[in-house]
Design a protein around this ligand. Structure first.
Ligand SMILES: [Zn+2]
Length: 66
């Protein structure tokens, strides 16, 4: 199953989260767009300057069990 999900990057931690993640901060988040998986969102984040961006562990494990 292919699901398209909204992704955000936390501008403080530079962690990438999917919409609805419990670990996403309520502070400053930048919308990255809709992607099939978090690796694509990571590539996008790096392309716009967040070269140290990383994947949220909660989101990552969530994707693995799908
Ligand atoms: Zn997350």
């Amino acid at each position: 199953m292919i699901a398209y999900v909204n992704f955000y990057i936390d501008t403080d931690t530079h962690q990438i989260h999917e919409f609805g993640c419990n670990d996403i901060s309520t502070g400053d988040n930048i919308y990255l767009g809709i992607y099939r998986n978090i690796e694509i969102a990571l590539t996008k984040a790096r392309s716009i300057g967040y070269i140290n961006a990383s994947i949220c562990k909660s989101c990552n494990s969530f994707f693995k069990i799908r």
